[in-house]
Design a protein around this ligand. Structure first.
Ligand SMILES: C[S@@+](CC[C@H](N)C(=O)[O-])C[C@H]1O[C@@H](n2cnc3c(N)ncnc32)[C@H](O)[C@@H]1O
Length: 295
């Protein structure tokens, strides 16, 4: 049985993954879908020996805990398939909660002309928002050149072709050593869009510390700069709390993914009469998203 190869303790649902891997590889190899009926009844007859050997190779890598999304080269986020490679962070279901909350509140407020994202990664946050709000323009920063390449590739395949020409998505390369991620946006806004301010800031910044309990497979395979921030793990959150006024409109909103262990500390950064805040939990009932509004 192929699923026996995956029973090493590193893969949670071997049988389900066998189906997922074979169906995805089949689609890529034969350029058509494999139905579940064909998968269970007639698989051997509809694949070549070369295809079978390729599946075996992938199963062996997966059995050692290598991330499935990197092996397949893609992953689903909300309703879209995003390309990923080992140079970029794999989009997570928790981030779907962040994006859904942002959509909900931006629809309510109606103010969604210009948004800023810190750390675009493979692009799914900015792309989903651009898809939902046709008049929105996003300026997104990123320190990793590889992530910028993938984000652009995803934007081209998921959004309409003219998105870069229309300047609806502007990606700026940033550096991990700048004292403030928001000052970069401020400079950019002043130089390029006639001193316009943004309606919201959104980010799923790196938020782990070396002391946090981390799945060894995440630690071994995903980019360090996407997981950890050098020095103070709250650095990016503090920067946003201190400098958001510089780039946000009155009533501007902030949507942040947060580590549940430090949710109270992060919320405290946005305390004071000028902020209204709310914490939203993820599907495992852990604090995961902080909403903050300038009042
Ligand atoms: C946790 S990943 C999130 C990626 C993507 N937005 C997502 O939610 O899947 C954090 C991203 O922020 C980038 N990053 C880290 N420090 C940054 C900084 N100072 N400025 C901009 N991007 C940064 C990393 O390279 C990484 O792509």
């Amino acid at each position: 049985m192929l699923s026996d190869i995956l029973r090493t303790g590193l893969v949670h649902c071997p049988q389900h993954e066998v189906e997922q891997i074979i169906c995805a590889l089949y689609r890529k190899h034969y350029n058509k879908s494999l139905s579940r009926v064909m998968f269970y009844i007639n698989l051997k007859k509809c694949v070549s020996h070369k295809f079978y050997l390729n599946c075996l190779k992938i199963f062996k890598q997966r059995s050692k805990g290598y991330p499935l999304q990197y092996l397949l080269g893609s992953c689903m986020f909300l309703d879209h398939e995003y390309c990923v490679n080992p140079g970029v962070f794999i989009p997570r279901p928790e981030t779907e909660v962040l994006v859904e909350q942002a959509i909900l509140h931006l629809k309510k407020s109606g103010a969604c002309q210009l948004g800023l994202e810190i750390g675009i990664g493979s692009g799914e946050i900015s792309i989903e928002l651009l898809k939902k709000f046709p008049k929105l323009q996003m300026i997104s920063s990123e320190i990793s050149g590889e992530a910028i390449k993938i984000a652009r590739q995803n934007a081209r395949s998921i959004l309409t072709r003219g998105v870069f020409k229309e300047r609806r998505l502007k990606i700026i390369q940033s550096s991990p050593n700048v004292p403030s991620v928001l000052k970069i946006f401020n400079k950019h806004l002043n130089n390029n869009i006639s001193s316009k301010k943004a309606d919201f800031i959104i980010s799923n910044p790196p938020y782990l510390t070396k002391k946090d309990k981390i799945d060894p497979m995440v630690y071994c395979h995903e980019p360090r700069e996407a997981l950890f921030v050098a020095g103070d793990p709250l650095k990016i959150y503090k920067d946003i709390a201190e400098n958001a006024f510089m780039v946000l409109n009155k009533n501007g909103m902030i949507f942040l993914e947060i580590p549940h262990e430090r949710s109270r500390k992060i919320r405290e950064l946005f305390s004071g009469s000028q902020w209204k805040t709310k914490i939203v939990q993820d599907l495992t009932r852990r604090d995961r998203v902080l909403l903050a509004q300038v009042v």
